[in-house]
Write a protein that binds this ligand. Structure first.
Ligand SMILES: NC(=O)c1ccc[n+]([C@@H]2O[C@H](COP(=O)([O-])OP(=O)(O)OC[C@H]3O[C@@H](n4cnc5c(N)ncnc54)[C@H](OP(=O)(O)O)[C@@H]3O)[C@@H](O)[C@H]2O)c1
Length: 242
């Protein structure tokens, strides 16, 4: 593969880092972004040591200037973007509080990163994605954002009511549907990825999946063929209920 470029947000660790690695391993040049430049530079250096094509770029998804500067940099150096993986995410809900008791600060902070940051990053990079022959946008959400799963008393996640986090992911799923509709007459594809329950700093280390396993859905959706789906919600090839 030549000249295919992928940018991953929140890629200094966890699922984002492994998504970048899997894309680099099949020949993409990966732009590893994160809010801490030193951390992304460290990650990119390990890729170079493994013979993978990578560069580090500062991108704080809650900072408009940082987003604009990152998009300007990528446009100046690469002129197009083939894959955008909106992976950065936070969970700030207080575990000991009911949905109605979470503070507004928690709601706002969570939505600033998980929803508004994701939308602003997408808006900033859309012109470069349009210059790709077949742009792919992957929005990393969660089964916890599925309204159907939240309603299903037989779901193993029925009691996992982490409201600001879950509902931010529900909103991103809805954004996926709306953006896919807007881009329906183009070669671009926009999908939501549920990584599964993954050992990372976000949800803890007692999860069953490794970050590498958790990256598989993002990788699959980033590398969809021309006849692949758009406007859907997946975990490892399986369509999930909204
Ligand atoms: N782990 C799971 O079981 C699981 C399940 C479903 C969905 N997810 C989703 O998977 C994605 C990756 O999470 P993870 O589990 O790999 O967690 P993680 O290891 O905590 O990684 C989260 C990444 O997001 C970055 N980030 C946070 N705020 C940011 C900001 N303002 N700008 C740029 N980057 C920012 C973090 O950077 P810092 O290092 O600077 O904090 C980190 O690189 C998230 O969207 C999460 O919701 C995870």
């Amino acid at each position: 593969m030549t000249n295919k470029i992928a940018l991953i947000t929140g890629a200094n660790k966890g699922i984002g880092l492994e998504t970048a690695r899997q894309l680099a391993q099949v020949g993409y040049h990966v732009i590893i972004t994160g809010r801490n430049l030193e951390a992304v530079q460290k990650a990119a250096a390990t890729f170079a040591a493994d013979g993978l094509s990578a560069e580090a770029l500062a991108l704080d998804v809650t900072n408009s200037l940082s987003i604009a500067q990152a998009a300007e940099f990528v446009g100046r150096h690469h002129a197009h973007l083939d894959v955008l993986v909106n992976n950065a995410g936070i969970a700030r809900d207080a575990a000991d509080k009911a949905p109605s008791q979470q503070s507004l600060e928690v709601w706002r902070t969570t939505f600033d990163t998980n929803l508004f940051g994701l939308i602003e990053v997408t808006q900033a990079f859309l012109p470069l994605l349009r210059k790709s022959e077949a742009g792919r946008i992957v929005n990393v959400t969660s089964l916890l954002g599925s309204i159907a799963a939240n309603l299903d008393a037989t779901s193993p996640f029925y009691h996992a009511k982490i409201p600001a986090y879950n509902i931010s992911k529900t909103a991103v799923n809805a954004w996926t549907v709306h953006l896919a509709y807007e881009l329906r007459d183009t070669a671009m594809k926009v999908n939501s990825a549920s990584p599964g329950f993954v050992k990372t700093d976000l949800h803890g280390m007692d999860a069953p999946l490794s970050p590498s396993e958790g990256a598989r859905t993002s990788f699959q959706l980033a590398t969809l063929p021309a006849d692949g789906p758009t406007g859907s919600f997946f975990h490892e090839g399986e369509i999930l209920p909204w």
